[in-house]
Design a protein around this ligand. Structure first.
Ligand code: SF4
Length: 199
């Protein structure tokens, strides 16, 4: 038996304990998001789409991009988009770059729900403030490496983080952004950067 959930193995291996801890945290996200969805009579993915539209630039607000972002099929995302349109929470615009595609934007009501719902993860952010600066930097660095490896292995798709960016340089373990022309301390590494360009 080689599972991280096998208690005999888990209790002797720190990697297995981290995997199980991450599973608990993903469960917390699931519960918090589910509560937020229920309050608004929407599904979790519909809430995630509204929040994504609120904080990302127009060229990313398309069905194909959303499908990659949330690791879902275009058909599943299209279903959610159809419901959000029907509820008057989003609207469609022509895509000047592609006549077969369209851009999605929030309506006034959609923006209000997205703004309120985007606070759903505060319960997870709050306890992190009690960690020391060093603990937070170590946690961020470890999580970024894990996300990067999962992306390289094809487990998760789109990433807009420094480690997968054309502008990122690692000079003897010092992080550097060629676009910002600046060194980046570990705490300044970005998970979702608007200037990110894929390697
Ligand atoms: S452009 Fe953004 S993602 Fe890319 S290296 Fe600079 S800060 Fe990181």
């Amino acid at each position: 038996m080689n599972s991280p959930f096998d208690l005999n193995k888990q209790n002797q291996k720190v990697e297995s304990k981290i995997v199980v801890a991450l599973e608990r945290i993903s469960e917390a996200f699931r519960v918090l998001l589910w509560n937020e969805s229920r309050e608004n009579a929407l599904s979790p993915i519909q809430i995630q789409i509204l929040i994504f539209l609120l904080f990302h630039s127009q060229e990313k607000c398309k069905v194909s991009y959303l499908a990659q972002e949330f690791n879902m099929t275009k058909a599943t995302v299209s279903d959610s988009v159809r419901i959000l349109l029907k509820k008057g929470l989003i609207e469609k615009f022509d895509d000047p770059a592609d006549t077969r595609s369209y851009i999605i934007g929030l309506t006034y009501t959609g923006k209000e729900i997205a703004e309120k719902s985007s606070n759903f993860a505060f319960a997870i952010e709050k306890p992190l403030s009690s960690l020391s600066k060093e603990q937070k930097a170590a946690m961020l660095s470890g999580l970024l490496k894990l996300i990067h490896e999962l992306n390289r292995a094809g487990v998760i798709t789109i990433q807009r983080m420094c480690f997968s960016c054309i502008h990122y340089q690692n000079n003897n373990e010092e992080h550097y952004c060629k676009l910002l022309q600046s060194k980046l301390a570990t705490k300044e590494l970005r998970v979702d950067c608007p200037e990110h360009e894929i390697l």
